[in-house]
Design a binder for this molecule. Structure first.
Ligand code: HSE
Length: 309
């Protein structure tokens, strides 16, 4: 196999109660496409980009960092030509950098005959996240590589759990088209939290995971609360309070900042509710001159998908 074309989906990280731990893969059509071909020159290069503006210089694009981390571990000198069709806007809070980083390591691993484990691919892709935001958070790249809803424990050893997806879970995501850099949204956060708040957030996280396993929407709803990060970031999100209220009014299980924002998500347990949330989100922004994308999505259990070989 010398060439591969893949679809790299968007994602929602944090899911309110799991900062840097939980992530969810969104369904098509929200995502990028990438074409990767082995070349004979032994050089890694980006030959074409379309869509959102991103660096074409391999040394300035995070796909270069992620790919080089993989190739360093592989050892043998192999070159690849990379085309990136970037549809997820960088700085959207929908995992744009993860789509590039996870996408490139997935594609190269396939072209090399799959020498690496999924966990190794996550580590390489996280190098790309570091280039993009200064931080090696796993919560966007993991759901792309594993599919579904994922939990990542990222310490010396990376431990990943793919969590079950309740059958009727829907995600509504609104993306106000302003750029919010993840690095900036991380820089506003204080380095320490109170014990009392850590206890509350730990309970939320446990209840969320348990709620997924038992399909208990009441528990999922109670758990979708962010004590630690959202209060510090909400000032960066246009119409945060109104979005929160409108999601509740429409019957959402819960809502919050998607990743580091500015996108905002809500979970619900019926398509009709997801549609109502979409309409509410649109009306929150109706008086503002901000362009919007609003998506309704099921959880994408597959993650990155091969389009052609
Ligand atoms: N967990 C990361 C953050 C996700 O919130 O900064 C970035 O998309």
């Amino acid at each position: 196999m010398d060439s591969i074309k893949i679809f790299c989906p968007a994602s929602v990280a944090n899911l309110s109660c799991g900062y840097d731990i939980l992530g969810l893969c969104l369904s098509e059509p929200i995502g990028d496409e990438m074409v990767v071909r082995k070349n004979t020159s032994g050089v890694l290069r980006i030959t074409k980009t379309t869509g959102e503006p991103i660096p074409k210089d391999i040394d300035k694009n995070l796909v270069g960092t992620a790919a080089k981390a993989l190739l360093k571990s592989y050892g043998t000198n192999v070159g690849f030509d990379i085309e990136i069709h970037k549809k997820i806007k960088p700085g959207s809070g929908m995992g744009s950098s993860a789509a590039s980083g996870a996408g490139i390591v997935f594609a190269i691993n396939q072209l090399l005959g799959s020498p690496f484990t999924q966990e190794q691919l996550v580590s390489f892709a996280m190098e790309g996240e570091k280039t993009a935001s200064g931080s090696k958070h796993p919560d966007n790249v993991v759901p792309l590589l594993f599919g579904g809803i994922t939990l990542s424990k990222s310490a010396e050893k990376l431990t990943i759990v793919k969590l079950p997806t309740p059958k009727s879970l829907f995600v509504t995501v609104v993306h106000p088209q302003i750029e919010l850099r993840t690095a900036d949204a991380r820089n506003v956060l204080k380095k320490n939290v109170s014990l009392q708040n850590a206890v509350k957030q730990t309970a939320n996280m446990g209840l969320f995971v348990s709620g997924l396993y038992t399909e208990n929407y009441e528990h999922i709803s109670q758990a979708l609360e962010d004590i630690l990060v959202e209060p510090q970031r909400k000032a960066l999100i246009p119409k945060f309070d109104e979005l929160k209220q409108s999601a509740k009014k429409a019957g959402a299980l819960g809502s919050g900042i998607s990743g580091s924002g500015p996108s905002f998500f809500a979970l619900s347990n019926a398509q009709g509710t997801a549609e109502k949330i979409k309409n509410e989100f649109a009306s929150v922004f109706s008086s503002l001159p901000i362009e919007l994308d609003i998506h309704i999505s099921k959880v994408n259990d597959e993650g990155i998908r091969v389009l052609s070989l």
